[in-house]
Design a protein around this ligand. Structure first.
Ligand code: GAL
Length: 413
């Protein structure tokens, strides 16, 4: 039924922007896990329902996909549309005038009236024009736990990081890996950001990730965060280096591990595995310590067609309109495990974890800046390299790591 409603919604929406003309649009993204693929199918089906044709260009892994996408656009071989993170990923491409201007459509449809928080759309603006469409809100500050692993071993399901750490040895004795981690740089970097807010507090997180304060980066509170990350090394298995995030999620889903610190896209995997939030798995926003969430996520950009083909531009605008439509926003985000960019839709079908996220985000004091919207890609790369080296090398002292951390913050652009 829902699929038909999507088709009807898309068709209705088309009537508002003129008759459809069938155009192929190659769409690049890095959504290749089970949950991500289920979500991207919602977009593809809805775009095809407009009479155009979604040509899927999936590239596994954000760390691989991002440079390929950017180099194709700068190299004159642009795709029709691409997913990137909401933030500064495409900053240089927009400044170089390589992206289709969406301002007229955005103003006609009133995007600024329903996209919230406003900073999502602000991340798409350059010199008063709009060059991307935010499609979801993702937050990294979550921990996902397999409830059965604790209950079957006579252990209380942790309600916060402190309880999780206390129960780790007992779990390990039962042959269960306490913490499932994927060793890719962005994963270790994301996990460190979660510790910063969960253990360091919202003020510390904001001072570093919004004000770029080197003083906060050098503070004793930040030293405690480094010490907690150092302690977390003892909760993982040896096979974490290079592990994909969804493989780590699968360890929790199958009970090989007790928990994973990962963005809320992880619950797309739990959903595809047929698990129910609050039943087989549970979720701790802010690790149950400081339930605050960043509002990162994804946005779609539309590179100008190499030959300025107006049919491509028309199809790009039809896709942009589809992506923010109410029906598609609900269907996509429920599959993706993210929150919608619209504040004017009914999310009754949201699961218990998404409902926790919605309640947290109702209070602006709980909304954190996201790394992609604060730091340049280059600075983010430096953070990732530092965190990977620190997490992988027990011989690297907290002092040495924190000194390098302060230096990166001081020189950040
Ligand atoms: C993030 C992206 C999410 C999620 C994750 C793992 O950068 O915003 O949508 O898919 O990568 O692939």
């Amino acid at each position: 039924m829902r699929g038909i409603r999507t088709v009807l919604a898309a068709t209705t929406m088309l009537a508002g922007i003129g008759a459809a003309s069938a155009t192929d649009l190659e769409v690049t993204h890095w959504w290749t896990s089970g949950g991500e693929a289920a979500a991207v199918k919602v977009f593809a089906d809805a775009f095809n329902a407009t009479g155009n044709n979604w040509v899927d260009g999936a590239i596994a892994g954000g760390g691989n996909a991002r440079p390929i996408i950017i180099s194709r656009i700068t190299g004159g071989d642009p795709m029709g549309a691409t997913q990137l993170n909401t933030g500064r990923d495409a900053e240089d491409l927009v400044k170089a005038g390589l992206m289709t201007d969406l301002t007229e459509l955005a103003e006609k449809e009133g995007w600024a009236d329903f996209i919230r928080p406003a900073k999502l759309l602000d991340s798409c603006r350059f010199e008063g024009k709009i060059y991307c469409v935010p499609v979801n809100i993702h937050s990294f500050q979550w921990m996902w736990m397999n409830r059965g692993v604790y209950e079957d071993n006579g252990l209380a399901v942790p309600t916060n990081w402190t309880e999780f750490v206390a129960s780790a040895p007992a779990l390990r004795e039962k042959g269960v890996i306490p913490l499932a981690v994927g060793g890719e740089p962005w994963q270790i970097n994301g996990m460190s950001g979660v510790f910063m807010v969960a253990l360091g507090g919202v003020d510390l997180y904001r001072q570093i990730n919004a004000q770029k304060s080197a003083e906060a980066a050098a503070s004793p509170e930040m030293t405690e965060v480094f010490e907690a990350i150092s302690a977390a090394r003892g909760m993982v298995d040896d096979g974490f280096v290079g592990r994909a995030w969804n493989d780590a999620a699968n360890m929790v889903i199958t009970g090989k591990a007790g928990a994973q610190i990962m963005g809320d896209w992880a619950q797309g995997e739990f959903s595809v595995a047929g698990l129910t939030a609050g039943k087989e798995y549970d979720c701790l926003p802010g690790l149950g310590m400081h339930p605050a969430l960043d509002t990162g996520g994804d946005a779609f950009y539309f590179p100008k067609p190499a030959d300025d083909n107006p049919e491509i531009v028309k199809a790009q605008l039809e896709m942009a309109s589809m992506l923010v439509s109410k029906e598609v926003q609900v269907n996509f985000n429920l599959k993706k495990g993210s929150l919608p960019i619209r504040g004017d839709i009914d999310l009754a079908a949201a699961n218990a974890c998404m409902q926790k996220g919605l309640v947290i985000l109702e209070n602006p004091d709980n909304i954190l800046p996201s790394g992609e919207q604060t730091w340049s890609s280059d600075t983010q790369g430096q953070f990732e390299d530092l965190w990977v080296e620190f997490f992988n090398d027990p011989g690297m002292s907290v002092d040495e790591a924190q000194e390098r951390f302060v230096e990166i913050v001081e020189n950040a652009d």
